[in-house]
Design a protein around this ligand. Structure first.
Ligand code: FES
Length: 203
């Protein structure tokens, strides 16, 4: 019964496996002394993510995460945690949802926005680490700007979708990422940004 239920999922086997056996979860009560902690998302929107990192010699030696997100958020953050451990801070800072999704073998398109929380929280944890060390952040000028706070969607993600030819209108972007479906305050600025991107990348 359980098997037939699982076989109806539209997720890849890798996604299912990471969802059922998430790696590097921050267990309740676990004694993990993080050097940097990042938190993104909001409970009001049903998704919140916390990532903690330990850093040794400029590399991520260990990582723990915790989320209230859905199966896609859990699987993508589990995969992100495996990819990030061992990376330099710079490499980890440039980990994108697309790279994580590729490793997962893809996610259903309407679940794209669920995969963005982990890498954002990771960047926030690196920011926190560098700040605590009193070190300048050489990566920050390349940081993507959050366009929709409720759904944690950045200008870089929107640009990637337009570039890849997956988005041709605001409605398509909304369908794919969920932008402007909660408070709606981001609608005008996203429409403006999208218009510009469509203009830049239209063939
Ligand atoms: S900022 Fe809330 S829906 Fe966009």
């Amino acid at each position: 019964m359980a098997n037939s239920f699982m076989s109806q999922w539209v997720y890849t086997d890798t996604v299912k496996e990471h969802f059922m056996n998430p790696r590097n979860l921050w267990q309740d009560g676990e004694d993990f002394e993080a050097d940097g902690i990042g938190e993104v998302g909001s409970l009001a929107c049903g998704d919140q993510m916390r990532v903690g990192i330990k850093v040794v010699d400029g590399k991520i030696q260990d990582l723990r995460w915790l989320t209230y997100g859905c199966a896609s958020a859990i699987a993508s953050t589990s995969m992100m945690s495996e990819m990030a451990i061992g990376m330099t801070l710079e490499e980890a800072y440039h980990l994108t949802p697309t790279m994580i999704m590729d490793e997962l073998g893809g996610l259903p398109e309407h679940k794209f926005h669920c995969s963005v929380l982990g890498d954002k929280a990771l960047r926030a944890a690196i920011d926190d680490y560098l700040e605590k060390q009193g070190m300048p952040n050489p990566y920050k000028n390349k940081v993507a700007k959050v366009m929709c706070e409720c759904k944690n969607v950045t200008d870089v993600q929107i640009e990637e979708l337009v570039k890849a030819g997956k988005v041709h209108s605001f409605e398509e972007l909304q369908e794919l990422t969920g932008v402007s479906t909660v408070c709606g305050k981001c609608k005008n600025k996203i429409k403006e940004e999208l218009e510009e991107l469509l203009h830049i990348y239209s063939k």
